[in-house]
Structures are given as structure tokens and as C-alpha cells.
Write a new protein. Structure first.
Length: 131
């Protein structure tokens, strides 16, 4: 069997290829970020040299991993521990946008920070016909 045909329906191959591509990309912007910034965690200020530099990771300030400007303006070097913290915190606040806060519900009917967003979304789909 010739495995080089490349037209296999093997999902594992596909996923592996994407993983490889992602890993390559991650390595690429990590290398670039390490050239731009000193090997220091932006949170805890620890320095990572030698083998320990593996513990330093690239955080995307806007959380968009596809946003990789070459000047590094969207990158921040964080150690794996601070990076973990950063994400669990942001995950929490992100989720709170989409989950209704029940204890606030009664008082905040005219004070919804995301009411504008809802209106914007409604306008986009053309459902909002108030004038
Ligand atoms: Zn750190
Ligand atoms: Zn991150």
C-alpha cells in the first residue's frame, strides 16, 4: 500500500496535520516573541533562561491566537503558571457575559451593560424595527 497518496479518509491524519501546523505556528510566534522580549514573565517577573525557557509561553493580549502582528504588540510572555491564571480568570469573566446573573436580574432591567450589544445584534439581523 502506498501511503503517499494523501487522499486517505483518515481523520487522525487530518487532525495530526492541523496539530502540526498549530505547533509550528506556536513555535514560530514564540520564537519571534522571544527575540522581541527578554525571557521574563510579564506577571511574576521571573526570568527564564536555559532549559527553563520552556516554561515561558506566549499569551495573546486580545485572546485571538490568529492575531500575530510581527511587531509583537499582541504578545505577552507569561510563564505557564501565570498564563494558566490569566486564562482561568478571563474565562470566568468571559463566561459571565453569556450567563445571566440571576441575583442582579431584578435590579438591572434598565441597566444592562450588554443591552446595546443586543440591540446591535438585532439591527444586524434586521429584526429591530423600532424608530
Ligand atoms: Zn509568571
Ligand atoms: Zn494566553
Amino acid at each position: 500500500m502506498n501511503k503517499k497518496q494523501g487522499k486517505t479518509n483518515n481523520t487522525d491524519d487530518f487532525i495530526a496535520a492541523i496539530r502540526r501546523e498549530k505547533a509550528n505556528l506556536q513555535k514560530a510566534y514564540r520564537d519571534a516573541a522571544l527575540k522581541l522580549y527578554p525571557p521574563v514573565c510579564a506577571r511574576c517577573s521571573r526570568e527564564f533562561t536555559g532549559k527553563r525557557i520552556r516554561e515561558l509561553t506566549v499569551h495573546h493580549k486580545d485572546h485571538n491566537h490568529d492575531n500575530n502582528p510581527p511587531d509583537g504588540s499582541n504578545w505577552e510572555l507569561l510563564c505557564i503558571y501565570c498564563h494558566d491564571n490569566e486564562h482561568s480568570r478571563n474565562l470566568d469573566s468571559q463566561w459571565s457575559i453569556f450567563t445571566t446573573n440571576e441575583k442582579d436580574d431584578a435590579a438591572s432591567s434598565d441597566n444592562k451593560p450588554f443591552a446595546n450589544l443586543a440591540a446591535m445584534l438585532a439591527k444586524k439581523t434586521g429584526n429591530e424595527k423600532r424608530s
